[in-house]
Write a protein that binds this ligand. Structure first.
Ligand SMILES: Nc1nc2c(c(=O)[nH]1)N[C@H]1C(S)=C(S)[C@@H](COP(=O)(O)O)O[C@H]1N2
Ligand SMILES: [Mo]
Length: 215
């Protein structure tokens, strides 16, 4: 996708955010209690990105955990695989109104990563950076929730390039835009720093149960 198309795509999404589009607030009496308001269930897995899908081989993948930490981490694939691995099954909720149930993720718990890095006492947030330049911010205490992980495997298969492989963040309690794909860097910061979509009209937190889509 060329830059002008990409700019246009971003502009359209920004305009939707301004208009509060997809903000339904509707209560559906037949609503499945597992489905947050305004969502519909899909069984496929839509792909969303900025028009760039970085091609990062496992052998070339690197992750740094830096910023307000006592121990900076610089991991390659072997270092990631040498950590304790966890499995977690969770639902995906995308702000564009689709949800996908029972995703089985395997990877390294973010709580484990942060326990090794040791954030400074004044650290409040993390900014996740992707190989495509994407960023998203999340509160440090939310980032280390027990169901959050740096995932490399989905339903038993390596996460494909289009879905953010070799490694993406998974933060199931938040709209999927918080789950950075092609993860490259976890920057620990003192004070909030809104990311790509958060500075373009998306909600700063993004709780699907509170329908924190825009604003
Ligand atoms: N690095 C990176 N991560 C990203 C994005 C992106 O453009 N770049 N898009 C976000 C958005 S808006 C969504 S909805 C999900 C889409 O993930 P999927 O393509 O696996 O469904 O990734 C999120 N993580
Ligand atoms: Mo999204």
């Amino acid at each position: 996708m060329d830059d002008s198309i990409r700019d246009k795509l971003v502009a359209v999404k920004q305009a939707w955010a301004r208009a509060g589009r997809l903000l339904t607030g509707k209560a559906d009496p037949d609503h499945d209690m597992r489905l947050p308001p305004g969502q519909r269930l899909v069984t496929n897995w839509p792909v969303l990105d900025l028009g760039i899908q970085p091609d990062v081989a496992r052998a070339d993948w690197r992750l740094s955990v830096d910023g307000a930490v006592v121990n900076r981490l610089d991991w390659d694939w072997q270092a990631l695989m040498a950590q304790p691995q966890i499995d977690d099954v969770s639902d995906i909720h995308c702000v564009t109104q689709w949800s996908r149930y029972d995703n089985r993720w395997r990877g390294v718990a973010t709580a484990h990563v942060m326990a090794l890095a040791q954030p400074h006492p004044h650290a409040t947030h993390v900014v996740l950076h992707g190989y495509d330049g994407y960023t998203t911010n999340v509160q440090l205490d939310h980032f280390v929730d027990e169901d959050c992980l740096l995932a490399h495997t989905h339903d038993g298969a390596a996460i494909g390039r289009e879905h953010g492989g070799p490694v993406r963040a998974i933060l199931p309690r938040w709209y999927l835009w918080k789950s950075a794909k092609w993860l490259k860097r976890i920057e620990v910061v003192a004070g909030d720093r809104p990311g790509f979509w958060e500075t373009r009209g998306y909600h700063n937190e993004g709780d699907p149960w509170l329908e924190q889509r825009y604003g």
